[in-house]
Ligand binder design. Structure first.
Ligand code: ATP
Ligand code: LTN
Length: 334
C-alpha cells in the first residue's frame, strides 16, 4: 500500500451466479479504473448475503465465481486487496462494537430493510436489520476515504458516516468519515422488463437483468425485448424510462456522451437502436466471460489470491480493532 494514496473500500454480495450489468456499470467497472489512483480494498461480502436464505453449496460456488469475476472485470489482486469478508474476522467484531453506537430508529428507516423484509416475510431476521452496521464496519475498519457504490447504497453510506461521527464525538477523532463515489451516469441501471425498477441480481424475471456472464445471443435477445414506450425517437427525455436506460447503457459502454448517442441514432428507430445496444454490450462482455471461464479452471491460483488478500486485509483491520477495543475500555489482551 502506498501511504500517499487515499483508500477505497467497496463490496459486492455473491448472490446469484453472476453480476448484473447494473452492478458492473454502477460499481465494479469503476472499481477497476480507480485502482490507478487509490489504494483499493474490494470484498466479496458473503457475511451480508446470508441475511436472506441461501443454499450453502450454491453460496460457496457463487462466491468463488464472484471472486473470479471481479478479477475478470479488471480488478488486479496484486495491486488491490481482494478477499472474502468471512475470511477477515475483524469485520464481524467491529460490527458488534458499532452496533452499540447505532440506534434502533436509524436502522428502522433504512429503505433496503423495508424492501427486503417486505419481500422475505418469512425471514425478517436480526441480520437483515443490522446489515448496514456490518457495512459500516467493512468501511470504517480500513478508514476508507471513498466508497464506490450505486445510488441505492447511498442511505447506508450516510449511516456509516453518522456512526463514524458519533464514535469520534464520544472517543475523540478516530475514524475517517467516508465519502460516497457515485457515478453521474449509470448510478441506477433499470430493469429491462420494468424500467421503473432497478436492475437487480435477485430479480425473479431473468429477462429484466442482463448478466455479465450471459452469452451473446442471450444479451441480444434481452435487449431486443426491452420494454420501451410507444414513441420512436432515440432521445433522452422525462417519462421515457426504458429508452433513457438504454441510452445510458450504450453511452457508458461506448464512452460516448448522451448527446453523441442521440446524434448517432438520429432518424433511426427503436428496433435498430436496441439491436445496436445488445451487440455493443455483448461484445464488451465477451472477453470478461472468457477470462472468467479460464480463471475458474485454475482454482489453485484463485486460492492463492484470496488467501493473500485476506492476510493483507486482516493486517490493516487488526490495528483498527485493537485501537477501538482500547478506546471503548476493554482490557488489553496482551
Ligand atoms: P441483490 O439483488 O442481491 O440485492 P444487487 O444487484 O442489488 O443485489 P449488490 O451486491 O447489493 O447487488 O450491489 C453491488 C453494487 O452494485 C452496489 O454498489 C450497488 O449499489 C451496485 N448496484 C446494484 N444494482 C445496481 C443498478 N441497477 N445500477 C447501478 N448500480 C447498482
Ligand atoms: N450493501 C452493499 C454491499 C456492501 C458494501 C459494503 C458496499 C457490503 N459492504 C461496504 C460498499 C462498502 C450492497 O448491498 N450493495
Amino acid at each position: 500500500m502506498n501511504n500517499e494514496k487515499k483508500l477505497i473500500f467497496s463490496g459486492i454480495q455473491p448472490t446469484g451466479n453472476s453480476f448484473t450489468l447494473g452492478n458492473y456499470i454502477g460499481a465494479v467497472r469503476n472499481w477497476g479504473t480507480l485502482q490507478n489512483d487509490y489504494n483499493c480494498v474490494y470484498s466479496i461480502v458473503d457475511l451480508h448475503s446470508i441475511t436472506v436464505k441461501q443454499v450453502p453449496a450454491e453460496l460457496r460456488k457463487n462466491s468463488l465465481s464472484a471472486y473470479a469475476l471481479l478479477i475478470a472485470c479488471g480488478i488486479d489482486p496484486q495491486r488491490s486487496v481482494v478477499f472474502f469478508q468471512s475470511h477477515n474476522k475483524c469485520h464481524a467484531e467491529l460490527s458488534w462494537v458499532l452496533s452499540c453506537y447505532t440506534q434502533f430508529g436509524e436502522l428502522s428507516r433504512m429503505t433496503q430493510f423495508k424492501d427486503k423484509s417486505a419481500k422475505h416475510t418469512d425471514n425478517v431476521n436480526a441480520g437483515l436489520f443490522t446489515y448496514p452496521v456490518l457495512m459500516a464496519a467493512d468501511i470504517l475498519a480500513y478508514n476508507a476515504d471513498l466508497v464506490p457504490i450505486g445510488v441505492d447504497q447511498k442511505q447506508h453510506l450516510e449511516l456509516a458516516r453518522n456512526i463514524a461521527q458519533r464514535f469520534n464525538h464520544t472517543h475523540g477523532e478516530f475514524f475517517t468519515v467516508p465519502e460516497a463515489y457515485i457515478p453521474k451516469v449509470g448510478q441506477k441501471i433499470k430493469s429491462l422488463t420494468d424500467p421503473t425498477k432497478k436492475m437487480s441480481k435477485s430479480d425473479e424475471n431473468q429477462n429484466g437483468s442482463v448478466y455479465v456472464l450471459d452469452d451473446k445471443d442471450t444479451v441480444i435477445r434481452k435487449f431486443k425485448k426491452a420494454v420501451t414506450d410507444s414513441g420512436s425517437e432515440v432521445k433522452y427525455a422525462d417519462g421515457k424510462d426504458g429508452i433513457n436506460n438504454l441510452i445510458t447503457i450504450y453511452s457508458v459502454i461506448t464512452g460516448k456522451s448522451i448527446q453523441e448517442t442521440e446524434r448517432e441514432f438520429d432518424g433511426k428507430g427503436y428496433g435498430e437502436f436496441k439491436l445496436a445496444v445488445g451487440e455493443t454490450v455483448a461484445d464488451h462482455l465477451a472477453p470478461i466471460r472468457e477470462k472468467h471461464s479460464s480463471l475458474m479452471e485454475d482454482k489453485q491460483y484463485l486460492k492463492e489470491c484470496y488467501t493473500e488478500g485476506a492476510a493483507r486485509a486482516m493486517s490493516i483491520t487488526q490495528k483498527t480493532l485493537t485501537k477501538v477495543y482500547r478506546k471503548v475500555g476493554f482490557v488489553d489482551a496482551r
